[in-house]
Write a protein that binds this ligand. Structure first.
Ligand code: ADP
Length: 307
């Protein structure tokens, strides 16, 4: 990559699936100048998988362009495919071979010689601390370990760009944390595009965050940049609906999870509201603003930057 050039550039990317009136992606434009982890968040159906599939050359856009490391995803797919590795949402390792055989055969398939593939496969499984599990059948592994086998394959390949579509969906909290640790290793020298609907995951991992909503990119930035777009730094999330309308002296109300109100406000006002809510017997949580609040805020139309 030429110094100073942008790594990932999308211009007006639009996807309308055949026979469908829905714009799965609606004129998405953004530029990412650095490496690291780019996390795409959004509700189900917001277009995350569609965007990943276009960038990974698995799907053609209806219009618009995208370049990865200077190569055009539409006209130079071969150059892109040499440089990327993708773990689709539904991917599972082959059940009747071992993790070692999985990584080894993947490397052979990618063009490495027998000896080199063998050496690399052992190295990567050692690095990911597989131990004896490197030699048992994949089908006997837990869900978390199965995903780890896929990560081992991807890591071994030394692709410059790694696409992970909802890699931790369905994993238990321990397996999710293990996966995050593996990713800390991967991010050091790769560019990772990861989709998730777990806000905590995005907060933990992302160098950059993009928020997709109904096919539109409604926000893009680092966690700090996104946070700065909000005027307020405290969030009061109601866990049930109040009987009387709430009055705020300072702050804004947005619709949060299950359409329950979230109040974004100052620390003082948050504690004043909390006292009133307690008096009324309404359950709530009070926290510094997090990514989930930012998501509800931009979804609510509170911010149009990044479009
Ligand atoms: P996400 O990954 O955020 O859940 P998707 O990219 O899978 O979102 O889907 C975006 C939109 O495109 C949704 O409305 C979905 O129903 C639609 N869609 C996805 N794949 C297809 C397809 N193969 N044919 C028709 N519509 C599709």
């Amino acid at each position: 990559m030429a110094a100073g050039s942008s790594f990932l550039v999308c211009e007006g990317l639009t996807k309308i699936y055949g026979g469908s009136p829905v714009r799965a992606l609606d004129s998405v434009s953004f530029t990412l100048p650095t490496r690291g982890v780019f996390v795409l968040i959004g509700r189900n159906g917001s277009g995350k998988t569609t965007l990943v599939r276009i960038l990974a050359t698995n799907l053609e856009a209806t219009s618009g362009t995208a370049t990865l490391n200077g190569f055009d995803v539409m006209s130079e797919p071969d150059q892109i495919r040499e440089r990327i590795a993708i773990v689709p949402q539904e991917a599972r390792p082959i059940p009747w071979i071992t993790p070692l055989q999985s990584v080894f055969s993947y490397l052979l398939w990618r063009g490495l010689g027998y000896e080199e593939a063998k050496k690399k496969a052992s190295e990567v499984l050692d690095k990911l601390k597989f131990g004896k599990k490197a030699r048992v059948f994949n089908r006997t592994l837990s869900g978390g370990m199965k995903r780890k086998v896929l990560m081992a394959m991807i890591l071994s390949a030394e692709a410059e760009v790694i696409f992970l579509d909802e890699p931790t969906t369905g994993l238990d909290p321990v397996a999710r944390r293990e996966f995050w640790e593996v990713l800390q290793e991967v991010r050091k020298d790769r560019f990772v595009v990861l989709t998730t609907h777990y806000m905590e995951e995005a907060e933990q991992l992302a160098d950059m965050i993009g928020v997709l909503d109904e096919g539109k990119l409604i926000a893009l930035g680092t966690m700090d940049e996104l946070r700065r777009r909000l005027l307020y730094n405290y969030s009061v999330q109601l866990l049930s609906l109040p009987e009387l309308p709430l009055t705020l002296t300072e702050g804004e109300m947005v619709k949060g999870r299950h359409d329950l109100p979230v109040i974004l406000t100052t620390e003082d006002e948050a504690f004043r509201i909390a006292q009133n809510l307690s008096r009324e017997g309404i359950k709530f949580t009070i926290n510094p603003v997090g990514l989930e609040d930012i998501f509800f805020y931009v979804h609510h139309g509170g911010d149009t930057a990044g479009r």
